[in-house]
Design a protein around this ligand. Structure first.
Ligand SMILES: C[S@@+](CC[C@H](N)C(=O)[O-])C[C@H]1O[C@@H](n2cnc3c(N)ncnc32)[C@H](O)[C@@H]1O
Length: 269
């Protein structure tokens, strides 16, 4: 009985320690632990002779570790197939430059995702059209300002800039390749009322904008809400696509009939 309780306490302690790291680092540590353990086992069992079996067992062990460490379900699948995929890819004997090239492209697209936990995925056209309805009514004398936090390939910005040329559309994007893509898209498309900056959304002053749009992930929402509350002017709009703010009910929601069943959550500040 007391052994059982001790084990549970150890499990909880281990989870708390692992929670201090981003999931990608935890996954890497668990994967390494599984490989080291399997290498030690292989000394006695002769598993060295069958690389694929060895890899499959590493994957199973890493997935089991990840399950007990409380990683999300998709990590279990990644952990399961990581070493077997490595063995299969090595068997294909592709030139090493291929792996370096693939790594560099992924690095430039996903950049600091392992830390921010906000990868690149794009809003649908239907979301772009829904945002049209949130823009202020057209006025002849003054325009309005719109910010896309984490602007990806610049689709939201360029669509709105075409639809309502009386606004000023600004984006900030941390990953180099999406930033470059959107910068070229804006330049080559001749959008005079649109601009994008390479940098972190945490360095933007939100007091300059009438509408702030974010399509990120659940991870930054609590801190982003605090930043929006501190900086946005009264009466301006904060719009999050899909991801809620913990303990903050939106003033309005818009359900979008797209592939991801997106929802726009809207707060008037
Ligand atoms: C889900 S995508 C959304 C792209 C675009 N807003 C859209 O709706 O199609 C999120 C983007 O935010 C970027 N991002 C994540 N963290 C960021 C940060 N701290 N500062 C700036 N951009 C960030 C990612 O690189 C990614 O391109």
């Amino acid at each position: 009985m007391s052994l059982c309780i001790d084990q549970r306490v150890n499990n909880i302690n281990m989870r708390l320690i692992l929670k201090k790291f981003p999931p990608s680092i935890t996954a890497l540590m668990l994967q390494c632990a599984a490989v080291v353990l399997m290498l030690a086992l292989a000394e006695f069992t002769g598993l060295h002779d069958s690389p694929l079996l060895f890899a499959l067992l590493c994957g199973l062990l890493a997935a089991a570790f990840s399950f007990f460490a409380g990683l999300a379900k998709w990590w279990l699948l990644i952990q399961l197939i990581f070493v077997p995929a490595l063995v299969l890819m090595l068997a294909v004997e592709l030139p090493p430059g291929f792996f370096l090239g693939a790594f560099l492209v992924l690095l430039l697209v996903y950049w600091s995702t392992f830390r921010t936990q906000v990868p690149l995925y794009l809003s649908s056209n239907k979301v772009w059209h829904a945002i049209e309805h949130l823009l202020p009514a057209a006025a002849t004398d003054s325009g309005f300002t719109f910010m896309d936090l984490g602007s990806g390939l610049g689709g939201v910005l360029t669509h709105l800039a075409k639809f309502r040329p009386d606004g000023l559309y600004v984006g900030v994007e941390a990953a180099p390749l999406p930033f470059l893509w959107s910068w070229l898209r804006i330049r080559l498309g001749g959008y005079r009322n649109c601009r994008v900056r390479w940098g972190s959304l945490w360095d933007c002053d939100l007091s300059h904008y009438d509408i702030v749009f974010a399509y990120l992930s659940p991870v930054p929402m609590e801190n982003l809400w605090r930043k929006a509350r501190a900086e946005m002017r009264p009466g301006t709009l904060f719009v999050s696509s899909t991801f809620a703010v913990p303990d903050q009910s939106p003033h309005e929601t818009m359900q979008i009939d797209d592939l991801h069943r997106s929802t726009l959550l809207i707060w008037r500040m």
